[in-house]
Write a protein that binds this ligand. Structure first.
Ligand SMILES: Cc1cc2nc3c(=O)[nH]c(=O)nc-3n(C[C@H](O)[C@H](O)[C@H](O)COP(=O)(O)OP(=O)(O)OC[C@H]3O[C@@H](n4cnc5c(N)ncnc54)[C@H](O)[C@@H]3O)c2cc1C
Length: 471
């Protein structure tokens, strides 16, 4: 069945639309197909739709995982033509029009939408650095980061050696994009305002929080004025900002930036994004960073029945630069492709491809300070933070979550209290490993010591890209 001839001719020949990925783009596609005659299969390796913009709030004990994730089945429960399959898609065989699943099973399609998002890139150092510098992409990553942070302070409380105590009370975040800025501002407030009352032996106020950025300024997608504003706001909150220094080494006991060694109990990786492996298997129009260059209607060139949307797609914006990986961009693309497929099914006029979506730029810095740029307007401080919060809450699924998140934020604003200060036991593969007890970072033969540490995130392909991280 060709893409231009999808009009259903009875139950037996209902067109099969397969959507891989239940993120922002995939769910937007499916919603547009709810009233269509298509037999829609939504495949995701997880059972939940994740609101990634709030991952840092789970990592910093403000929110619980359940507040930022919704079961995919509940999102499509009222769509009888949509079937959900929780499994991993391994490969697309575009010539046979099938998606090959991890178990080796073929899933045939008439129309395919790839909405598999992006994953963390360690710029070719995945095998050495990923286990020590936690990425922030999945719910598991956020819980692992929270565990690592809280465990380091628990260790410090019992540590007699002042040097090791200082190491355990040091947090380094790598990457001065929105996630690095938000997480260091939030951790600094957490550590300097919330935690001191919890500990008896250590003075938590002496903890060091560092944000390391290889480029010359934070938040390069924002104006220079706003970059400076963010730097000053972080420094006021107690964050040490290091600009123009690339990370050259990461191990279980800290990081090396340029020539400087920083011992740290917690290292977070907030930079580096690449397309997910599945998109690469298309074998056509794949960019070096694993994203797929698409036509204006988001179809793969030469394959009008195969679409790539969201973070997995490479789309150039009006300024000639690739569009940033943002939830609003993914939703916009997903909605259009859903409408396009629905129109083809009905045989009605196909909507004109949209102009590239230009999102407003918003970033949060601390619990009540943000920056926002929209067209020629710019806002800073609490109004910008409010705009950040409201824009994101609007995108979040589920009224209950919105109310409970608002309640947590209001409590945080008034009292600095955070209830989600739990270290959650993880399977032994993700057990927290203490840094070397000798304080030495090298073995006798001079090799760096590498320990398996908490919650290693998924191991991405070694391909290198930085798309969302610098937005
Ligand atoms: C820490 C962080 C902070 C962010 N902050 C913001 C922000 O403040 N504002 C903003 O607008 N955006 C933000 N983003 C970006 C935003 O979350 C993404 O742009 C958006 O999620 C992209 O949507 P998507 O549908 O393309 O992919 P995703 O939402 O990532 O969804 C992809 C889905 O595909 C599934 N999947 C992947 N591979 C497979 C496979 N092989 N088989 C089956 N399923 C698969 C995944 O499980 C996932 O559910 C942030 C992202 C992160 C990580």
């Amino acid at each position: 069945m060709s893409a231009d001839n999808l009009t259903p001719a009875g139950e037996a020949s209902r067109p099969k639309v397969v959507v891989i990925g239940g993120g922002f783009a995939g769910i937007a596609v499916v919603r547009e197909l709810r009233d269509s005659d298509a037999e829609v299969t939504l495949v995701d390796r997880n059972n939940h739709h994740l609101f990634q913009p709030f991952l840092f709030q789970v990592a910093t004990s403000i929110l619980e995982p359940a507040q930022i994730a919704t079961p995919i089945r509940s999102l499509v429960g009222d769509m009888p033509n949509v079937r959900v399959e929780m499994r991993e898609a391994k490969r697309v065989d575009i010539s046979r029009r099938v998606v090959v699943m991890a178990e080796g099973v073929d899933l045939p399609y008439d129309v395919l939408v790839i909405a598999t998002g992006a994953q963390t890139s360690y710029f070719g150092h995945e095998s050495e650095w990923a286990q020590h510098a936690l990425g922030l992409k999945t719910l598991g990553d956020a819980v692992a980061a929270r565990n690592r942070l809280l465990t380091a302070f628990e260790r410090a409380e019992m540590e007699p050696d002042p040097g090791k105590q200082a190491r355990d009370m040091t947090v380094v975040a790598v990457g001065g994009g929105p996630t690095g800025v938000a997480i260091t501002g939030t951790i600094s407030e957490f550590v300097h305002r919330t935690l001191p009352a919890d500990f008896r032996n250590i003075d938590v106020r002496r903890a060091r929080i560092l944000l390391v950025e290889a480029g010359p300024r934070l938040l390069p997608a924002f104006s220079e004025r706003h970059s400076s504003y963010a730097t000053r706001a972080l420094e006021r909150a107690g964050v040490e900002v290091r600009l123009g220094v690339p990370v050259t080494h990461v191990d279980a006991a800290g990081v090396t930036i340029g020539e400087e060694r920083i011992e740290a109990g917690t290292v977070l990786w907030c930079t580096g994004v690449q397309g997910v492996a599945l998109a690469r298997t298309l074998g056509t129009n794949v960019k070096a960073n694993g994203t797929v260059a698409v036509e204006k209607d988001f179809s793969v060139p030469g394959h009008p029945d195969c679409f790539v949307v969201g973070d997995a797609a490479y789309v150039v914006g009006p300024d000639g630069r690739p569009l940033p990986g943002l939830a609003s961009v993914a939703q916009h693309q997903g909605r259009y492709v859903g409408k396009l497929i629905a129109a083809r099914l009905l045989g009605t006029a196909v909507p004109t491809p949209p102009e590239p979506f230009v999102p407003s730029k918003v970033a949060t810095i601390t619990r009540h300070v943000g920056i926002a740029e929209y067209r020629d307007r710019s806002i800073t401080g609490f109004p910008a933070w409010l705009m950040w919060g409201l824009l994101h809450l609007r995108t979040l699924s589920g009224g209950h979550s919105k109310v409970s998140i608002l309640a947590n934020w209001v409590r945080l604003l008034i009292t600095y209290r955070r209830s989600a200060r739990l270290i959650v036991e993880q399977p032994s593969t993700t057990a927290v490993a203490a840094p070397p007890s000798t304080g030495s970072l090298r073995s006798d033969d001079g090799e760096p010591v590498r320990l398996k540490a908490a919650g290693s995130s998924e191991q991405p392909d070694p391909a290198i890209a930085q798309r969302r991280g610098d937005v």
